[in-house]
Design a binder for this molecule. Structure first.
Ligand code: 13P
Ligand code: SF4
Length: 326
């Protein structure tokens, strides 16, 4: 290998040097990473990666990284002609809603979400009939046809602000029952909910948190608001994935348990070597469908392109834009 190539490989490897052996990185990832970087230039493309993507995607090829809110905001101001969503389908759909003229690719179109699959547009229409005049706040973890039936969207990072901005005593908050209950506890605003859950976060229990605290008495516990309310009660703090990062960046805790998807801690361990991450390993099978190899393939073949039926575009976009305006 030439000295220049070696130097650029050093640079590419450096963001994950704390968490991955060089030989493993070279053998498993280097070739795909180099091919993806070349393809991004050739195709005028950027990669958006959610915080739950694995470190070799998150740190080595992504241009924009963040929680659902940050990805939606960033999607509004991307210059490139093509966006590749290293995340799940609803995230790619949101990016497309905000950029109808751009090409949005998802490396695996079956990367779904138990929340988005937990409610249909018919269900929302029934709720609106049952509770006339009550505003519908829909978590972005939903399909475009569900968003199109909604007044406004929210993410876990802005749910409280969105709900409070409506100035009403009760809202229909769908599809995540636990997020709705957690926001109800914070705001005192009554939530009419729907029984859908995140299959990753619903599995955490207060008992598990107590057991971790027994082993690590100096532990700071931060739980995602998609967890059941009793899990948030057992934690020290709660917040979206971006709020978890801000907490670690600002407070620099010595030992932390992030009650959320597993790759989140891997990504932060690469960035914050002074913090020890205690890891419960709940993986999201949908997020894990995205790999370096299918990102490379998506750029090579320009597949799979995300499209949204014409009649849904305007109403679904309005619900997302109302959220982004807050
Ligand atoms: P945030 O990154 O917005 O906190 O969402 C978590 C999640 O589960 C996304 O699918
Ligand atoms: Fe959906 Fe939960 Fe996976 Fe996020 S972590 S994509 S909410 S199933």
């Amino acid at each position: 290998m030439s000295a220049t190539l070696m130097a650029s490989r050093d640079q590419l490897y450096s963001p994950v040097a704390h968490i991955m052996r060089r030989e493993q990185w070279e053998a498993s990832y280097a070739a795909d990473i180099e091919a993806i970087l070349r393809l991004k230039q050739e195709k005028n493309a950027v990669i958006l990666a959610h915080n739950y993507q694995t470190p070799e995607i998150f740190h080595c090829v992504a241009d924009i990284r963040g929680d659902s809110l940050a990805l939606a905001r960033a999607a509004q101001s991307v210059d490139a002609a093509t966006m590749v969503m290293a995340g799940v389908h609803f995230m790619a759909e949101t990016a497309k809603l905000l950029n109808p003229e751009k090409t949005v690719l998802i490396p695996d179109a079956t990367a779904g979400c138990s929340l988005a699959e937990g409610i249909t547009a018919d269900n929302v229409r029934e709720l609106k009939k049952r509770y006339p005049g009550v505003p519908v706040v829909t978590y972005v973890n939903s399909t475009a046809d569900v968003k199109a039936e909604s007044d406004i969207c929210c993410t876990s990072g802005n749910a409280r602000r969105v709900v409070e901005s409506l100035n009403v005593p009760r809202v229909i908050m769908i599809p995540d029952e636990f997020l709705a209950r957690n926001i109800e506890a914070e705001t005192g605003i009554e939530m009419l909910t729907w029984p859908a859950h995140c299959e990753v976060h619903e599995r955490f229990t207060p008992l598990e948190i107590r057991q971790y605290r027994r082993i690590h008495p100096d532990l700071t516990v931060i739980a995602h608001p998609e967890c059941p309310p009793e899990v948030l009660d057992a934690a020290d703090h709660s917040g979206s994935t971006a709020q978890m990062i801000d907490f670690i960046d600002q407070k620099k805790p010595q030992k932390v348990l992030l009650v959320t998807e597993c790759s989140m801690s891997d990504n932060l361990a690469a960035q914050y070597p002074q913090t020890q991450f205690v890891r419960p390993c709940n993986l999201c099978p949908h997020m894990k469908r995205i790999t370096l190899s299918n990102i490379r393939q998506a750029l090579e073949t320009m597949q799979t392109e995300v499209t949204i039926p014409a009649h849904l575009q305007q109403p679904a976009r309005l619900a997302v834009e109302r959220m982004l305006a807050i």
